[in-house]
Design a protein around this ligand. Sequence first.
Ligand SMILES: Cc1cc2nc3c(=O)[nH]c(=O)nc-3n(C[C@H](O)[C@H](O)[C@H](O)COP(=O)(O)OP(=O)(O)OC[C@H]3O[C@@H](n4cnc5c(N)ncnc54)[C@H](O)[C@@H]3O)c2cc1C
Length: 206
Amino acid sequence: MWVINTLTGNMNLSEGRNMNILIIYAHPNHQSFNGAVLEQVQNNLGKQHTVKTIDLYAEHFDPVLFFDKEHRRRDLATDPYTKKYRDLITWANELIFIFPVWWGGMPAILKGFTDRVFVSGWAYKGKKIGMEGKLGGRRAWIIISHDTPRIAVPFMPDYGSVLKRQVLGNCGIKPCRITHLTPLKSSTLEQRQKMLAKVGKLAREV
Ligand SMILES: Cc1cc2nc3c(=O)[nH]c(=O)nc-3n(C[C@H](O)[C@H](O)[C@H](O)COP(=O)(O)OP(=O)(O)OC[C@H]3O[C@@H](n4cnc5c(N)ncnc54)[C@H](O)[C@@H]3O)c2cc1C
């Protein structure tokens, strides 16, 4: 078995409901394995759903979060540059993230997307202790590829869990499952094709 699924909470399949699904894709090359994963998800989600995709590299998303005395942090919640993304997340019932693991975590372009879009005052409210998520009622599916043997995955820091717990969980987006496509480097073509077929099956079940 080359596809590992982890899930916290009840995933509650959509049971034929029409869902608004937002795919957030972070890989620079559409001819890559991740490009094939994106295609597989887009082609297999049920036709009853409305699906939109944010392709961060194609959009040349600027991932650098900046604030100072003139550009205040509290204004990030109404930043015109990220309005389109806030509107898409507001519209969505389910978020699907597709990306390769780079240095244990998200590619910088996606990390910057979370820094700039999931901001205080919009995605969450700071409490004395902890945070109050403002994006509840949405669930997520994180699909990641990497080269780490599946036996080692439970011992690795991050590998999707920072996005799942720190970002999405704190903003109220749960349940969230992670699908690991691994190990890519040492896999045969047949094994990779099986991984893609499994992703297609999971997408049909959304
Ligand atoms: C900066 C950096 C840091 C990294 N850090 C880590 C890390 O911390 N931990 C870790 O485990 N890994 C790490 N990696 C490895 C990385 O996670 C993998 O290289 C990545 O997941 C591969 O995904 P890809 O889409 O780029 O694959 P690709 O390189 O495009 O493809 C991988 C393989 O799949 C084949 N392939 C492509 N398309 C298809 C298709 N349609 N059907 C079947 N086969 C296909 C390719 O020919 C190739 O053999 C790192 C890589 C980089 C560049």
